[in-house]
Design a protein around this ligand. Sequence first.
Ligand code: DGL
Length: 256
Amino acid sequence: MTILVFDSGIGGLSVLREARILMPEHRFVYVADDASFPIGGWEEGALIDRLMFVFEGLVKRYDPSMIIVACNTASTIILPPLRERFDFPIVGTVPAIKPAAERTSSGQVSVLATPGTVQRDYTRSLVSEFARDVNVKLVGAENLAVLAEEFMLTGTVDDKAVSAEIADCFTDRLGARTDVVVLACTHYPFLANVFRRLAPWPVDWLNPAEAIGRHAQSLLSHGGPIEDVQDIAEFTKGRPKPEMLRLMSGFGLKVV
Ligand code: DGL
């Protein structure tokens, strides 16, 4: 079976990594809509139109048994129309606010996401439904997804720029300090070690990738033989530059 994993860029590889470990018998197609990247600042209606257009083409081309939308920004708006349009399972990536509320000891949680994700009703209703007794600070980072891609491709990133993006996550209310930060953009787990180093104090950086993989696994039948096919990656902008091809090959993905 083919599982299509989608993101606006290469952040969704954090989810692909886990999904492949949990579902080795399937074939994965990773799609980066780099022609739209970054989508964190896109207006909602335009983003829905763009995403539906891209998914129509992908489903025709790859006939997937499942789509994993490995992008929080897209998931906050696209899951209902996708589920209405296609009858195979659609798995989303939504901010891990519930587990964060269960895990915090100080009662101070921050959600680090794109500006789009923190504005969406979907995110705000997760807070009111699952984190009513906790102080949740929504932090919309303007440039962090772009910085994460830079880091993934070059191995270096400007510390000052990253510090400025994460600074608002840290609050100290009369000694009650933020102790959990939800990584609510699939790009951010790749910067987790940089965050750890730059954080003013240690916190739990919550990465939901494995939970997403487990949820996807629970929706598909498994146990068949491992398909002898090459996992592939597609970029909507066309053939990417050599450093991107190297990164993809490191992930065992053949760019088509
Ligand atoms: N990886 C996407 C997410 O999880 C966002 C990246 C972007 O801004 O395009 O929200």
